[in-house]
Design a protein around this ligand. Structure first.
Ligand code: NAD
Ligand code: MN
Length: 488
């Protein structure tokens, strides 16, 4: 067990226990590895089905505990703000844990990930006093009935999250679930459980009653035990399309409510009239940010033939300018991939593309020799049916090709089984709105990339998911709508 130089100030035990979890006498442990060194620095418990059952039962008791159930809406708001205050006070430690666990630069975790989690929690902390039913005016029997609706917490929620943005994607679920009055059990990815465990500790210190928000750690089997548990009313999942399909199938016996944020192969179109000084760096970082481990990364690039070579040269230059290095080095801009497995997967995609005659642009970019680093890679003239143009790579690999007219570009962009995001760079207003209407994606970005905001619904069309997170829309996923009819 060795710790990367940048993080020796963090005191981590050889085995991390689950927060407040007298509940989990773990029998099995998983090594937690630093992606920047490939060496493990601690271990996390692997919960089995009986452990998961204990967590779900505690969450069920908490759901009906007057200490949570009978809080006034304003008191619930105050409690969620207190939770947010406590996260804010712990920002530096949380960012270090997140960076150490994921391999992302600690400066990014401090500036982006933890502040985003706080922002989401504060946004939804304002909702409890605004969640309300409405009075219905009945036509069939005017005057003889008083009818109204109630919006009630759906029950115990299971949140299952991936390793690319652990605390952010967890908070996208925790915040609206708690605002709705649900209780929630979170199962983070095995690779990145530390920030979630810390969050559970902070929640208890901030005064959330026991069982309202808890974290159970483990692998896919732990996630499956949680997703199939009959005590779970709703599953909120972010991760691969394949696991999303398994979770949806597992929801059938109990008719569980499910939201899924899944994979993507999001297109970026650069038109002939685009502001290239803006389009080039954004299209580059829209793919390479977080070393390509972003569900809505722009990984297919369609460029008008008249500016194709200029754009490719520009993107290759942006890639070469990135400082690639370990998470604890405050000058790093890009970190490694999460694991050896992910490195092998991404390498395989690029090797098969090269074997199929697809060429990379620019000289090879050097990366540190230990750890799971993968250099940003720009592939040119990628045919639409190439594997690397159709499948989610989840690494910093951009597949580019040229187009001649806009309809062709939009048809290429839509020719995917995914539909998470789509981007267009243009100075023409009509082109922008035409793309906004015709691109098949949950979010269309015009002259920008990678924007996520608690006030803007986010989710996928086609195999990119089911339902929406964020905005006011997500609250529906955590509330049951009940009608009450009273005869007068
Ligand atoms: P995954 O979907 O298998 O894992 C995501 C979460 O689901 C983890 O917490 C995992 O433990 C849990 N899980 C796994 N199997 C489960 C099951 N049967 N029931 C319930 N929970 C289960 O993703 P992965 O294996 O870590 O990565 C595989 C690929 O998924 C990546 O290469 C990438 O392409 C894609 N991915 C996408 C996203 C995204 O944000 N869309 C995030 C991570 C990975
Ligand atoms: Mn880790």
């Amino acid at each position: 067990m060795t710790m990367q130089a940048g993080f020796t100030g963090l005191r981590l035990p050889e085995r991390v226990l689950m927060a407040g979890s007298d509940l989990l006498p773990a029998r099995n442990w998983l090594d937690d590895e630093d992606p920047c060194t490939g060496r493990s620095f601690t271990a996390i418990p692997v919960a089995d089905a009986s452990d998961v059952d204990a967590f779900v039962q505690a969450a069920t008791r908490a759901l009906h505990d007057p200490a949570w159930r009978d809080l006034t809406p304003l008191a619930r708001e105050r409690l969620l703000h207190r939770f947010a205050d406590a996260i804010e006070a712990d920002l530096v430690t949380l960012a270090a844990l997140e960076a150490l666990d994921t391999g992302k630069p600690v400066t990014l975790a401090e500036a982006v990930d933890i502040p985003a989690a706080i922002g989401w929690l504060r946004t939804y902390a304002g909702w409890p006093t605004k969640i309300a039913g409405h009075a219905a005016s009945l036509s069939a029997t005017p005057g003889r009935f008083h009818a109204y609706t109630r919006r009630e917490p759906v029950g115990v929620v299971a949140a299952i999250t991936p390793w690319n943005f652990p605390i952010v994607l967890s908070m996208w679920k925790i915040a609206p679930a708690l605002a709705a009055g649900c209780t929630i059990v979170l199962k983070p990815a095995a690779e990145t459980a530390l920030s979630a465990l810390r969050l559970a500790e902070i929640a208890r210190e901030a005064g959330l009653p026991p069982g309202v928000f808890s974290v159970v750690t483990g692998d896919g089997a732990t996630g499956a035990a949680l997703a199939t548990h009959p005590g779970i009313a709703k599953v909120a999942f972010t991760g691969s399309t394949r696991t999303g399909q398994a979770i949806l199938a597992a929801s059938v016996p109990d008719i569980k409510r499910v939201t899924l944020e899944l994979g993507g192969k999001s297109p970026t179109i650069i038109t002939a009239d685009a502001d290239l000084d803006r389009a080039i760096p954004q299209a580059a970082m829209g793919c390479f940010f977080n070393s390509g481990q972003v569900c809505y990364a722009g990984t297919r690039l369609y460029v008008h033939r008249s500016v194709y070579e200029r754009v490719l040269d520009g993107i290759a230059a942006v890639a070469a300018s990135q400082k690639i290095g370990p998470s604890g080095d405050r000058s790093s801009q890009l970190g490694p991939l999460i694991s050896r497995r992910q490195h092998e997967k991404v390498t395989g995609f690029v090797e098969r593309a090269r074997a199929a005659g697809i060429h990379a642009v620019g000289p090879e970019i050097p990366v540190p020799d230990e750890g799971h680093y993968f250099a940003p890679t720009l592939l040119r003239d990628v045919p639409p049916d190439a594997e690397v143009a159709r499948e989610e790579v989840f690494g910093p690999v951009l597949a580019a090709s040229a187009f001649d007219d806009l309809d062709e570009a939009i048809a290429l962009a839509n020719d995917s089984e995914y539909g998470l995001a789509a981007h267009i760079f243009t100075r023409d207003l009509a082109t922008a709105h035409h793309a906004g209407a015709t691109l098949q994606a949950g979010t269309v970005f015009v002259n920008c990339v990678l924007l996520a905001d608690p006030s803007l619904p986010f989710g996928g069309m086609k195999k990119s998911g089911l339902g929406r997170e964020n905005g006011a829309a997500v609250l529906d996923a955590y509330l049951e709508l009940k009608s009450v009819v009273v005869a007068l």
